[in-house]
Design a protein around this ligand. Structure first.
Ligand SMILES: [Zn+2]
Ligand SMILES: [Zn+2]
Length: 424
């Protein structure tokens, strides 16, 4: 498949531009048509509130970036924001625990008083709703075991040692253009998820950078902290739901009681919403700092250039691969072979357009991440020399072969998902 090249004159600056009929025509000289919205992404003008939030967010991202460029990421465990979040989350967890203890005490101490029974059961019930949730592995993609993928696990062990992280317990491979590290279950099983499409588009050393970044989250305790603070936020939402408004009706006495109760629950809701906002804004800043810290480790282990390479792929090839897989899944054929061909023929001009657009729109992985181009700039600013872990081609090929065992299953899953989306 040879895409038809188009040469035309830029309507804005009259420069000659060469493009590809499959992609947006734009001008690298004057950036004409740079941010033409994609056909599948209708543009809606943001309202004043969204624009204000956008501006504040841009300033926040720039400030944090300046901070990490100037004084590094520091020691995450000594970060004042992190300590404050831990303290506040602990208070919430203690409150839930006191409801459990108080509820049981009321039940036992006042038995068989109906007052004690009602409030005791309410306390225990609340504590149940607010219980810490540790997550489970059920329903996820089948795990790739150490026996099935010895070379991959060996590599992971090496990266984990270098990052000061505990070894990975479970590796999952899925069809996302992404990767993630989390802990699940009461014992805190370390789970690494590798998105096969993302893995495929990365160069060998960029793959090490990706693994080192995820291991960095484990060594910095991000997964554990997110679970701890996250479940406190979930508890607060439970309290908010429990303190619902009463309907005001019935006799005069009932109306008076309902009004008093509503004033009380209103105050509780206000307090709880305030706490949620504080915890969420602390988490917002912290999670972005955690990404920089993980990038810092990855830069030391895999080299700054490799980390910047991953960031560039996240901006350019990753969204392209995502969109390609979605449409290719409908057409059938070998999904992975098709993707390799498509990526090999992906034009540099389109990559450059996506790069400039990412800077303009501050594209990022999600709200927990700083803008990707700022992460790339941070990575190359790190004064780390050569990589501390380098793999041979032979080793990477063996890792690839182990991951490829899951390729067929994942291709089927992507096709199923695409079909399901058609009938939505
Ligand atoms: Zn132009
Ligand atoms: Zn991360």
């Amino acid at each position: 498949m040879t895409p038809s090249a188009i040469i035309q004159e830029c309507p804005q600056c009259a420069a000659s531009i060469t493009g590809d009929s499959r992609f947006v025509m734009w001008c690298p000289e004057c950036e004409w048509n740079l941010s033409r919205p994609d056909r599948d992404r209708p543009s809606t003008r943001p309202g004043p509130l969204a624009r204000l939030r956008n501006r504040l967010d841009a300033r926040f991202a720039a400030d944090l970036h300046r901070q990490v460029l100037g004084s590094g990421v520091g020691t995450p465990s000594r970060d004042p924001g992190r300590i404050a979040a831990y303290a506040l989350a602990s208070a919430v967890h203690l409150f839930a625990l006191s409801m459990l203890v108080g509820g049981v005490w009321l039940l036992v101490a006042t038995w068989p008083s109906p007052f004690g029974a009602v409030f005791g059961v309410a306390g225990v019930g609340f504590a149940y709703l607010a219980r810490p949730r540790f997550g489970r592995l059920d329903g996820d993609a089948p795990a790739l075991t150490r026996q099935e993928a010895p070379v991959l696990y060996d590599l992971l062990d090496r990266v984990a040692r270098e990052a000061g992280a505990p070894p990975v317990d479970v590796v999952l491979v899925d069809g996302e253009v992404n990767a993630s590290a989390r802990t699940v279950g009461l014992r805190g099983t370390h789970v690494l998820t590798i998105g096969l499409p993302l893995w495929q588009i990365l160069e060998p050393q960029e793959r090490i950078a990706l693994l080192a970044h995820e291991m960095g989250h484990f060594s910095n305790g991000d997964a554990r902290r997110m679970r701890y603070v996250g479940s406190a936020i979930a508890t607060l939402y439970e309290i908010h739901g429990a303190a619902a408004r009463q309907r005001v009706r019935g006799s005069l006495g009932a109306i008076a009681i309902a009004i008093v109760v509503n004033i009380l629950t209103g105050l509780i809701r206000l307090l709880v919403l305030g706490l949620i906002m504080i915890l969420e804004s602390l988490t917002y800043r912290e999670s972005q700092l955690a990404e920089y810290a993980a990038d810092d480790r990855a830069a030391r282990i895999a080299s700054p250039v490799a980390v910047a390479g991953v960031m560039d792929k996240l901006i350019t090839k990753a969204p392209a691969a995502d969109r390609h897989l979605e449409s290719a899944a409908h057409r059938g054929g070998d999904l992975w072979e098709g993707m390799r061909e498509y990526m090999a023929g992906f034009p540099e001009a389109e990559e450059e357009r996506l790069r400039r657009l990412a800077r303009l729109e501050r594209v990022r992985v999600d709200a927990t991440h700083p803008p990707t181009h700022l992460r790339a700039a941070f990575a190359v600013s790190r004064a780390y020399g050569a990589a501390t872990i380098v793999v041979t081609d032979d080793e990477m090929e063996r890792v690839q072969a182990e991951l490829d065992a899951a390729a067929g299953r994942i291709a089927r899953e992507i096709a199923d998902r695409a079909r399901a989306a058609l009938y939505e």
